[in-house]
Design a protein around this ligand. Structure first.
Ligand code: PGA
Length: 254
């Protein structure tokens, strides 16, 4: 059985004071989580603080993005080796907000994945369709193109060393969660698509669900056979709410 991964994507939120409180809450409650793996992905300026607060706990650290290059004249960018140096284990790649607002396409994402792997980080690669694409009946086509694009550029082997996150864009930050059946259908579709290339990789890869996941809907989602965790936005900004999702991950794998 794949161990659930519950990862908090804090996006561009927090102050030194609020982050200190949130980290303390997550660390204090993480000891009670038995089976789920827990990770937090704060904004860059808080990584050092987070690395110190998480030291000695089971909670892993991640970042939300990285540059395509390892160093050099790229004003404003942050390189994957820097993230590794600051104690990051994960880096989110290809979140729909970055695809939509910063024009990140498969060619850029493939370079970011390569940069993350080279730095020893584990990418959390995000895919997902917009409401318009779903209503047009193009959901499978869009997801397949996102997966196939990365397979073509990075090889199927890359999926053996990363985490996937299915995040329907219409469910992100909207309070509209995909139903467990809707999410399971897409997760199974993604796994089958990967299995067409490599059955072992498809069985191994964790596919997280993201999009308005919270304590009250987590158990049903995480109980689906192909949902292996959650990428949590809004609900990750409250330690108790976030940890209640990790507890649901425990309960779903009992
Ligand atoms: P949400 O965000 O939980 O606030 O919907 C999830 C995400 O964008 O990763």
């Amino acid at each position: 059985m794949r161990k659930p991964l519950i990862a908090g994507n804090w996006k561009m939120n927090g102050t030194k004071a609020s982050v200190e409180t949130l980290l303390a809450g997550v660390v204090a409650g993480a000891g009670a989580i038995e089976r789920s793996e827990v990770a937090v992905c704060p904004p860059y300026p808080f990584l050092q603080m987070a690395a110190s607060a998480l030291a000695g706990s089971s909670v892993r650290l991640g970042a939300q993005n990285c540059a395509t290059a390892a160093s050099g004249a790229f004003t404003g960018e942050v390189a994957a080796p820097m993230l590794a140096d600051f104690g990051c284990h994960y880096v989110i790649i290809g979140h729909s907000e970055r695809r939509a607002m910063y024009g990140e396409d498969e060619a850029i994402l493939a370079k970011k994945l390569a940069a993350a792997f080279a730095a020893g980080l584990t990418p959390i690669l995000c895919v997902g369709e917009t409401l318009e694409e779903r209503e047009r009946g193009d959901m499978e086509k869009v997801i397949a193109a996102q997966i196939d694009g990365i397979i073509a550029l990075c090889g199927i082997g890359a999926f053996g060393s990363l985490e996937l996150a299915y995040e329907p864009v219409w469910a992100i930050g909207t309070g509209k969660t995909a139903t467990p059946a809707q999410a399971q259908e897409v997760h199974a579709f993604i796994r089958a698509r990967l299995a067409g290339h490599d059955a072992a990789v498809a069985q191994k890869v964790r596919i997280l669900y993201g999009g308005s996941m919270k304590g009250s809907n987590a158990l049903e989602l995480l109980s689906q056979p192909d949902i292996d965790g959650g990428l949590i936005g809004g609900a990750a900004l409250n330690a108790d709410e976030f940890l209640s999702i990790a507890k649901a991950g425990d309960a779903a794998t009992q």
